[in-house]
Design a protein. Structure first.
Length: 146
């Protein structure tokens, strides 16, 4: 299964923010959309990603105030990205190795979507359930499609 399969299922709508807004404004958007990360776009270029982890570690734990800090000051610059053709198991390995939970998806130099660790796990579980069901049907004499 590829990243494009996840994006087809979940959609390619991506909420983004510029680096010049406050952390408070970013958190408000994240709460409204029930998301854990926002790609940071300047012009048409992906310049970073802001996550709940950034807020916890770079704002709250440092005793700063979200209304006083700009996203550009606490975001992760140059985020790790993938393409729509990336295999989801490779994405899971990348996320595990790099300790990230969100991967912006790029297509022809532009942001095409975002996948989370939850999206990846859900897709792998769905794929495994399909395989198990078909193998069970095959073993029991049914007509599996494996």
């Amino acid at each position: 299964m590829k990243v494009k399969d996840i994006l087809l299922r979940k959609g390619k709508v991506v909420h983004t923010i510029p680096p010049g807004i406050t952390v408070f404004e970013a958190l408000k958007l994240m709460a409204e959309k029930n998301i854990g990360a926002l790609p940071v776009i300047q012009g048409n270029e992906l310049v970073g990603i802001f996550t709940e982890r950034d807020y916890a570690r770079k704002v709250i734990l440092k005793g700063k105030f979200s209304k006083d800090i700009l996203v550009g000051d606490v975001m992760q610059p140059h985020p790790i990205t993938v393409t729509e053709e990336e295999d989801i198991r490779a994405c899971m390995s990348l996320m595990t190795d790099k300790f990230v939970r969100h991967l912006p998806v790029m297509s022809e130099g532009k942001l095409a979507g975002i996948v989370s660790i939850g999206d990846i796990v859900k897709s792998i579980i769905t794929e495994q359930e399909f395989i198990i069901e078909n193998l069970s049907n095959y073993i029991s004499g049914g007509r599996g499609t494996v």
